[in-house]
Write a protein that binds this ligand. Structure first.
Ligand code: TYD
Length: 212
């Protein structure tokens, strides 16, 4: 069974837009690198063929039905699993992945598709060893998108839509999920991330912190 022979670790970063997960992924990546650990970073949507089509959804979302949109995310993930995730896990890498199938359940679920069915449709994808689920009150994450990044909300980020996304994330219950309170400072959130990752890698979190 593929899960049993796997040597690497898959750590995924999930949450609504503006919860700071991408910032936290970068911080953890550089910390693990400094420790000499074999870490690689990736993201979904990917930069592959399907990922690029998905990024077009930001501007032309109405051209796709929600079913077509779901198919695109699944096709992107199949390619990602085949070409990046499985080979890197087989080589013993620690993979940090910005978004994974929990985002599909939450975002395409918020369009009206059934989140549990979406999770089942992803059973081809390796199960993460750890899911860091970033949660912050919606006004905080929206403020980070608009003030922090100087952006307006894109089609995926409209307030009511994000409320539904956050509610689905909050309701997903899996043993590998570690909920991160993302409302604090970058340093506070980083400490929570380190604690969870150190436990997974059987390292003392103080050893990770000491290189900071
Ligand atoms: P995001 O991580 O915000 O990308 P970036 O900041 O690099 O542009 O992801 C893009 C959007 O895609 C995000 O709003 C969530 C959405 N998304 C889905 O709707 N379904 C999915 O399965 C994934 C992986 C992402």
């Amino acid at each position: 069974m593929k899960e049993r022979t796997r040597r690497g670790k898959l750590i995924v970063f999930e949450g609504t837009d503006g919860t700071g997960k991408s910032t936290q992924l970068k911080l953890l990546h550089s910390l693990l690198e400094k420790r000499g650990l074999p870490v690689v970073a990736t993201r979904e949507p990917t930069d592959g063929t399907y990922g690029q089509q998905i990024r077009n959804l930001y501007v032309n979302r109405h051209r796709y039905s929600r079913e077509e949109e779901l198919e695109l995310f699944l096709a992107d993930r199949r390619e990602h699993v085949r070409e990046f995730l499985t080979p890197n896990l087989d080589e013993g890498k620690i993979i940090l992945c910005d978004r994974y199938y929990f985002s599909t359940a939450a975002y395409q679920g918020a369009l009206g598709l059934d989140p549990e069915t979406i999770l089942q449709q992803n059973d081809f994808a390796p199960e993460p060893d750890l899911v860091l689920l970033f949660q912050a009150p919606l006004p905080v994450s929206i403020d980070r998108i608009t003030t922090g990044r100087g952006d307006t909300l894109n089609k995926f980020e409209q307030r009511e839509f994000l409320e539904k996304v956050a509610a689905i994330f909050a309701a997903i219950d899996r043993p590998n999920i570690c909920r991160i309170d993302a409302s604090g400072s970058i340093e506070e959130v980083h400490r929570q991330v380190i604690t969870a990752v150190a436990a997974l890698l059987s390292l003392h979190s103080t050893a990770l912190f000491s290189l900071n």
